[in-house]
Design a protein around this ligand. Structure first.
Ligand SMILES: Cc1cc2nc3c(=O)[nH]c(=O)nc-3n(C[C@H](O)[C@H](O)[C@H](O)COP(=O)(O)OP(=O)(O)OC[C@H]3O[C@@H](n4cnc5c(N)ncnc54)[C@H](O)[C@@H]3O)c2cc1C
Length: 409
């Protein structure tokens, strides 16, 4: 353990904050540990908000951990109050109610919030980040409202699928020319377009809302008009960095950290969605469940003096109606090899570098392919593209190394 660290304060009681707090205790930190959050709930995972919570039936918010875990691990939960300012000189986290928490080390895990749609009609617009947002959207669905979803990314498409499954009219309005532009290649975007449309979701590309009228009529930039009782906006996020905006530790993405989660200030670390992390393609925010879990745990160990760089490839999943999509590593760059039929219901795209080493994979309804890809990326495996593209060859026989099995690598 580093010298003189008697008190660690974590700002942000979401998934990353909770994961870090628990890991700090597991790693043997015995000092004071405070987890500060502006939501009133104990830490919970957000994926349920656009999935289980929008389904019919009873609704319960699943907390991240059993209720007594914070007591068991002597983690002081300070919920329901926002941190407004970090006084780095005095090593103090100042809260909006005038109280403060002194720290020897501060971990920023404040996450992100939805980017808002300018000039939106506040009574009809919806965002999805918190349990309250999800409950409101659920109520809208239950009242039979028609919903326009702005943004064809993960959140927009999960909501569109959920609304459609409940029988309400839903239209996706995407400014770009295809779905999930930032995270999957064109073939998967085409698959998603086909399946969502096949189930009755209307999708409009290359257009945006230009005006709203009181009756719920939206006018789009292509001149078309859509009737929508509610508008769910999923057009990206902004990082919650205001409390450290006066410190020189942010960049345009969030709080900039090195591979161990350290900022430019010795006493301050960051993790989760708010962190601008170094990776193969430069700095990026990694807005995924797995990063909030694993990066946070790695940064907790780093706070304890184990400064091993965090190197796990990015992984996320998305459930959209009957479709399970998983994306691992760099799934937009290199040479793509298609395994399966992109016009069918399941296929994978493996991404190889110039040496045919696997660097990324996107899998549609193919969790076994994803499990193998995960293992191969960890092993820096070199694959045989011709075999990979041929479904008659079992996946495990696609390694380029003659005679090698996955177990032997
Ligand atoms: C609807 C939805 C569905 C998702 N589905 C998936 C999925 O299927 N797969 C996947 O991989 N990822 C998914 N994600 C992403 C994943 O949930 C996030 O990456 C993860 O929650 C990030 O954790 P975090 O702790 O960094 O941020 P958060 O979970 O947002 O936690 C940050 C916490 O800090 C609080 N906070 C912010 N500012 C302050 C302040 N100044 N003072 C005190 N508290 C503050 C916030 O209110 C929040 O409680 C989804 C996200 C959403 C919103």
């Amino acid at each position: 353990m580093q010298q003189n660290v008697e008190r660690i304060v974590i700002a942000g009681a979401g998934q990353a904050g909770a994961s870090a707090a628990i890991e700090l205790r597991r790693a043997g930190f015995q000092g004071g540990l405070v987890l500060v959050g502006d939501e009133v709930h104990a830490p919970y995972e957000r994926p349920q908000l656009s999935k289980e919570m929008l389904k019919p039936g009873e609704v319960t918010l699943r907390a991240m951990r059993e209720e007594d875990v914070y007591e068991t691990f002597s983690i002081q939960l300070a919920l329901g109050t926002k941190a407004t300012h970090v006084d780095a000189e005095r090593r103090r986290l100042v809260m909006e109610d005038g109280t403060h928490h002194d720290y020897d080390r501060l971990l920023l895990a404040t996450g992100v919030r939805p980017r808002s749609l300018p000039d939106a009609d506040a009574r009809r617009v919806r965002y999805l980040r918190t349990v309250e947002d999800a409950l409101q959207l659920r109520e809208d669905i239950e009242q039979g409202h028609s919903i326009a979803v702005v943004g064809g990314g993960v959140i927009g498409l999960e909501v569109a699928a959920a609304v459609n499954a409940r029988g309400n009219p839903v239209v996706v309005i995407e400014a770009g020319q295809r779905l999930m532009m930032r995270s999957v290649d064109e073939r998967i975007a085409r698959y998603l377009d086909r399946t969502h449309r096949g189930r009755g979701v209307d999708i409009r590309y290359g257009t945006q809302i230009t005006s709203w009228d009181a009756s719920g009529m939206l006018t789009l930039s292509d001149g078309s008009r859509i009737q929508a009782d509610r508008v769910l906006v999923g057009i990206g996020v902004v990082p919650n960095t205001e409390l450290v905006a006066h410190l020189d530790i942010t960049d345009e993405l969030g709080v900039r950290v090195d591979a161990c989660g350290r900022t430019a200030l010795r006493d301050i670390y960051a993790t989760g969605d708010v962190a601008s992390q170094p990776g193969a393609g430069g700095f990026a925010r990694v807005e995924t469940w797995a990063n909030a879990q694993d990066h946070a745990a790695a940064v907790a160990r780093s706070l304890m003096g184990d400064a091993s760089p965090y190197q796990s490839p990015t992984w996320f999943w998305s459930d959209q109606g009957m479709t399970n999509l998983q994306v691992l590593g760099n799934a937009m760059q290199g040479t793509p090899v298609l395994r399966g039929d992109e016009h069918g219901d399941r296929f994978s795209i493996f991404w190889l570098d110039t040496a045919d080493r696997l660097t990324g994979c996107s899998a549609v309804n193919s969790p076994k392919d994803m499990a193998m890809a995960r293992r191969w990326i960890r092993q820096s495996a070199v694959l045989e593209p011709r075999l990979l593209a041929d479904l008659s060859h079992p996946l495990r026989d696609c390694l380029a190394l003659a005679g090698a099995t996955t177990e032997e690598i």
